[in-house]
Design a binder for this molecule. Sequence first.
Ligand code: HEC
Ligand code: HEC
Ligand code: HEC
Ligand code: HEC
Length: 440
Amino acid sequence: MSKNKIVRMTVAGLVLVVLFIIVFQVLIRKPYTTMKVAAIPEGEYDPAVWGKHYPLEYESYLRTKETAPSPTGYGGSEKIQKSVKEPEILINFKGMAFSIDYAEDRGHLYALEDLRSTKRIDKTTAGACMTCKTAQLAEIFNEKGWNYAKIPLLELLPRLKHPVVCGNCHDPKTMNLRVINPAFIEAMTQRGIDVKKASREEMRSYVCGQCHVEYYFVPADKKVILPWANGLHPEQIYEYYSAKPNNFAMDWKHPDSETPMLKAQHPEFEVWSGGVHAKSGVSCVDCHMPYMKADGQKYTSHWVTSPMKHLKEACRTCHTQSEQWLLDQVKSTQAEVWEMQHTAGQIVANAHETIGKASKATGANSAELDKARELVRKAQWYWDFVAAENSMGFHNPTMILTTLGRSVDLAHRAIASSEKVLANEKMNLSGKKPAGRDRR
Ligand code: HEC
Ligand code: HEC
Ligand code: HEC
Ligand code: HEC
């Protein structure tokens, strides 16, 4: 073979390899390039209709009906009351609906069914509650604007037929990812982010961030707000609430400690966003909706559940460690978070009880008691922020453990403050001079 021929063959070979890599990359990165988009009309919410055109996605979506536990022992899709493992919930949420019914989350197909059956709703419950339970939000918001939020939920429920379905995340005509929750769009706009201009990569977390976030309803009109004006950190969200007038900053009054309290709601997006994965550009979808293969065809799994149920596809795309190592890593992080969460919850419960006792003390120092109440309010916010988040700390272990540490510290200080009040009462009764700093 001549030298020239060898050079030419090498070059041709290299070109082929490069071409192959490019084609492979396109196939891997852009699952849509080979997909035929069916024009589904706007207003079609039935996933079975969408499923005729996209059978692999639909079949995997139907698996959200499965109710298996998770191999970690923490996540999982069983509807179990949280208070079985954490009885402190019954004390910390005393006087409000979460002490009556507070179950573990399960698959998207159950969202409406579980809303209908929860003991937390009655005829005073606002329509705003449907915001994260159904794709029909799109048509209802179109029709009524924010007015839907104050219509009683029980009035809207008969109309709601489809839970979290295709239309929550996809534009039916193009199949592009979309967000339909106006509260999320407004909160992002306020942060200077235009979700209409978001990249595909960003949308792979925004579609989840529509619902897996902390929120509240404005007391007057029930409008849904994500409290992100100061940032997504639990401290910043607490400050946001504290700066509001009284009726905003209170979800209910704890009957023992007589403290105006806040209730946190599933802040997965907030917790994830500060963690190592978000900072490395890893989206919710990378772990919770990994690529699967069926008959040589690649598709996105729509069985949105614990990634530990398909650990290989969810984690080993990036991690070279063994499946066992990854599972152990997740479990040991969660075990440490669980221990601290349980401890913090119990100390907070103890603080409510001690403040309750102290406030019944004769001649109780009200300034000292108010101090204790502010401490327990914040302590519970930190504990609840972690307990309401669904990954048992995995989404951001460092921040979660620090937050629990703060909760423990604040709750102990609340107890110390109320014990001071009780000690003063004892001294008063025994005729000694009181020791309290601002005792009059
Ligand atoms: C690096 C992978 C990864 C990313 C990224 C990620 N998660 Fe998770 N997520 C997990 C793991 C691991 C668990 C714990 C599952 C378990 O204990 O079985 C979890 C748990 C959850 C749960 C509770 C699941 C259950 O079984 O109850 C929800 C809900 C959740 N994540 C939502 C999100 C959302 C929303 C985002 C993006 C804002 C996100 N996750 C980003 C890995 C991830
Ligand atoms: C919770 C949000 C969500 C829901 C609900 C949802 N999808 Fe998806 N879907 C996604 C995401 C995220 C992707 C990946 C898109 C990307 O990477 O660009 C995707 C991708 C797809 C694709 C592109 C091909 C592929 O597999 O990657 C099709 C088709 C699809 N979904 C169909 C459906 C159908 C049909 C339903 C209802 C049965 C549905 N989706 C429900 C989020 C969702
Ligand atoms: C329209 C609101 C909405 C959107 C969008 C949404 N979720 Fe959910 N998600 C829910 C609700 C509500 C539940 C709880 C349903 C129940 O327990 O009845 C849930 C449950 C879950 C669970 C627990 C499943 C289990 O088996 O325990 C995971 C994991 C989860 N979502 C992840 C995601 C991810 C990842 C995305 C984005 C791809 C996403 N969700 C988008 C509302 C939403
Ligand atoms: C798209 C890529 C990607 C996916 C998917 C992914 N990771 Fe990671 N993971 C990373 C990167 C990047 C880091 C940052 C450290 C590094 O470079 O190794 C990281 C860090 C970690 C760490 C160490 C940091 C910490 O927070 O404790 C653990 C543990 C981990 N990942 C577990 C998992 C598990 C379990 C899954 C599947 C549920 C998963 N990862 C999915 C890319 C990924």
